[in-house]
Design a protein around this ligand. Structure first.
Ligand code: BGC
Length: 740
């Protein structure tokens, strides 16, 4: 069967309106098998005989379109009739619409287009293929405007008009079959409250910050309008607040048909908890007419966390919903403002938490494919993938670009696929080589423009990059990525001798520059030997020095006690940002400060994980104090209430508190460590993880002073147990109980 499908577009510029490409098909004989494949520059929806086919939405998903675009295949064998109408609706979406905070239109293509082919095998063995070409007709649609950021306008009174025949167009990309998970509708949430705000606005509260859209059932006069605006929070007066969306309008408009209408966007989505009925034709609001539909990549749930502290359970809920909200085909930073981009740093920071909650192997295989395709010739990895900003790529920053090593290695440890590791190895190597040649020093990464310890609380309030010198962070990450490359190379039987030497050199250079007399000497960027030695100290620097072994064994205690002292001096609170936060509790508990780690985890004053919980959060916030103590907001320019990065703490809750830790040499949890660190402050912890080798469970609970443990190990798995008393055992299949 030869495919000769062509990319087709509308002969007229339709702006942000959705259009429909139509064709028909009459099977000549009895059909044995039929399938339809489609893709688009834009977002498409496929309808057969007026019905949407399949449950995938926002197809073809988001890839680096300049390199590749996915197509989806639908089985039509049981759906075809004697006469069939094929329709492909398409709207601008990520490829053509407004995207990136630079508000670029047409980043990947100048107008929406589609490509499709249908393959039919008849009972007699003959075949037929129907493809997109200039015979397809183009119609207007009732979706008169649709943009990812701005929402959708659906006019149910609008006439559908024939525009003309499709035009063949040239699209320079590669078609690939669906690689990632499908995006589908998931949870459906009903209003928890209908509010009349002090300003007199009618607002529906769905009780959960999320990504998706509101489905509205409405009866009204023909031409009546419903206008919905979205928000994540109310302000301190209880008024609707959406200034943090920046230029993203998040506005859905429905012009009613006069009958009973069920409306929702087809090609757009919003990040929200609240919806304002900016226009609504009825005085009375029936909550049953509104339903918030959460949409995200269809990932298989693997982990469950529960403990005896309600606030920590809420924190877990918020972390989980942060992931649901931001795993929409690619890992995004946030789902609401004019961003929603594949920020590499955020993805890297959150990987371990993400891989606890869900099976993320396929999801990341797809996105890392784009990271690799967008990697510079010099090995550089930018801040955002897919790249979609005009002009230059985003910064090449330490802790962001390191997604190229951290996630591939993480995937190997979680799922054990050598095939995948092998596929990613060249990207890992190129990234390390890039750092090696970046900057003036061979074994340190000095200079460059980095995001730093992003949003740390230890710098001037108008600075986002934290006080920890970026030269130090970048050099530590150089060491970290080199180590991951060596590990990967060893697994794959690659020659990594040169990198083993490199690793030693980096560590030595880090120590020469940053360690003096048993303490950190945190010199600022640009510092030269002989310059004055300022006494900079940040929590993040100590965290990194401890966690990545910059300090030697005998220095660990003093480093840890300095870190503990800084935390105590700060009212048992962190100051760490994106770089220090994922490791701070590990750095403490690995060095005898488990109690302090718990205190930090349970801290309720900002900056802390529970501060947002205590202030009603239902997802993770971008800043520790996105909503300040006095009720005001951090700022309008960069203040998301659905940013998962700080949710990285889940990794400590699972690996240290519950004690479920993978063993890198026996990946995919074929063997694992079970080393629980119980604490009476949270009463009990019950954590379950479905691994590729079966379900592991670690449950501990207090009865008086005594701690009871129940550990479940699946068949064929070895659990290396260590209890706080020092008791060790190797556990096989079954449920094992202990107390001490
Ligand atoms: C994003 C972040 C991202 C950062 C880069 C922000 O605008 O929302 O999460 O990592 O820029 O530093």
């Amino acid at each position: 069967m030869k495919r000769i499908a062509k990319w087709i577009a509308c002969p007229k510029d339709m702006g942000s309106a959705a259009i429909t490409f139509c064709s028909s098909f009459h099977p000549q004989k009895t059909v044995k098998k039929a399938s339809f494949s489609a893709s688009a520059m834009g977002i498409y929806a496929f309808y057969l005989n007026g019905e949407r086919v399949g449950n995938g939405i926002l197809t073809p998903g988001w890839t680096s379109y300049q390199h590749r675009v996915q197509y989806q295949t639908y089985d039509l064998t049981d759906l075809l009739r004697t006469e069939n109408r094929l329709e492909l609706g398409v709207a601008p979406g990520w490829a053509v619409g407004c995207i990136g905070y630079g508000h670029t239109n047409h980043f990947f293509a100048d107008r929406p287009s589609v490509i499709a082919w249908m393959e039919v095998v008849y009972a007699d063995g003959s075949t037929e293929c129907l493809c997109t070409d200039e015979s397809w007709q183009v119609y207007t649609s009732r979706i008169i405007s649709s943009e990812i950021y701005h929402g959708e306008t659906v006019d149910l009174t609008a006439p559908i008009k024939l525009i003309g025949n499709a035009e063949i167009c040239r699209v320079k990309t590669r078609l690939i079959p669906q690689k990632g998970e499908w995006i589908t509708e998931q949870e459906r949430l009903m209003p928890v409250q209908i509010l009349l705000t002090p300003k007199g606005e009618r607002v529906i509260d769905f009780g959960q910050n999320m990504t998706g859209y509101v489905e509205v059932r409405a009866r009204g006069k023909r031409g009546d309008r419903i206008v919905l605006h979205h928000a994540e929070v109310l302000d301190s007066e209880g008024n609707f607040y959406n200034e943090n969306y920046r230029q993203a309008r998040n506005e859905n408009i429905y012009v009613l048909s006069g009958g009973e209408d069920l409306s929702k966007p087809t090609y757009s989505f919003q990040g929200f908890r609240y919806v304002r009925l900016t226009e609504y034709p009825h005085k009375k609001i029936d909550p049953a007419d509104f339903c918030a539909v959460a949409v995200h990549s269809e990932l298989k749930r693997t982990g469950e966390y529960r403990c005896g502290n309600a606030k920590i359970n809420q924190l877990y809920h918020n972390i989980l919903w942060g992931q649901k909200s931001n795993y929409l085909d690619i890992p995004t930073d946030c789902p609401q403002r004019d961003e929603r981009l594949g920020w590499t740093g955020d993805a890297q920071i959150f990987y371990r938490a993400a891989a606890f909650n869900y099976d993320v192997e396929r999801f990341f295989e797809k996105w890392l494919g784009d990271v690799a395709l967008e990697q510079g010739e010099d090995g550089s990895v930018a801040g955002i993938v897919p790249h979609c900003l005009p002009g230059k790529r985003t910064r090449i920053s330490a802790a962001w670009g390191d997604v190229a090593t951290v996630v591939p290695w993480g995937l190997y440890v979680t799922y054990g696929s050598k095939r995948l590791l092998k596929k990613h190895f060249p990207m890992m190597k190129k990234w390390v080589n890039y750092i090696h040649s970046a900057g003036p020093e061979e074994f340190l990464w000095l200079g460059g423009k980095h995001y730093g310890d992003w949003l740390a609380m230890d710098n001037d309030p108008d600075r986002n990059d934290g006080a920890t010198p970026t030269d130090f962070i970048a050099s530590v990450y150089f060491l970290y990525s080199t180590r991951l490359l060596i590990k990967a190379g060893r697994v794959l039987g690659e020659d990594v001798k040169a990198y083993e030497t490199l690793e030693k050199e980096i560590l030595a250079a880090l120590r020469v520059r940053y360690v003096r007399e048993g303490d950190l000497r945190l010199v600022p960027n640009g510092w030269k030997e002989g310059d004055e030695e300022p006494n900079l100290k940040t929590q993040t620097a100590y965290v990194l020095a401890l966690y990545f072994g910059i300090c030697q064994k005998e220095e660990k205690q003093s480093f840890a006690s300095r870190l503990a002292e800084m935390i105590r001096k700060n009212g048992t609170r962190m100051t760490t940002g994106f770089v220090g936060t994922p490791y701070i509790l590990h750095a403490l508990s690995q060095n005898g400060y488990t109690d302090l780690a718990y205190e930090l985890l349970l801290q309720e004053k900002s900056p802390s994980w529970l501060y947002s919980v205590c202030h009603g959060a239902t997802t993770m916030w971008e800043h520790w104090n996105s909503l300040k103590e006095d009720g005001s907001f951090w700022s309008t320019s960069m203040n998301s209430f659905n940013h998962y990065a700080y949710g990285a703490v889940l990794d400590w809750m699972v690996e240290v508190s519950a004690g479920i830790t993978p063993i890198e040499e026996k990946p995919a949890y074929e063997e694992l460590r079970i080393e629980p660190h119980p604490h009476s402050a949270i009463g009990f912890s019950d954590v379950m993880l479905k691994t590729r080798h079966g379900t592991v469970r670690s449950n501990w609970y207090y009865k008086g002073e005594k701690v009871f443990y129940e550990i479940e190990i699946p068949k064929g798995v070895k659990g290396h147990l260590r209890l706080p008393s020092g008791y060790t055992a190797v556990l096989g299949q079954g449920c094992h109980c202990f107390s001490e």
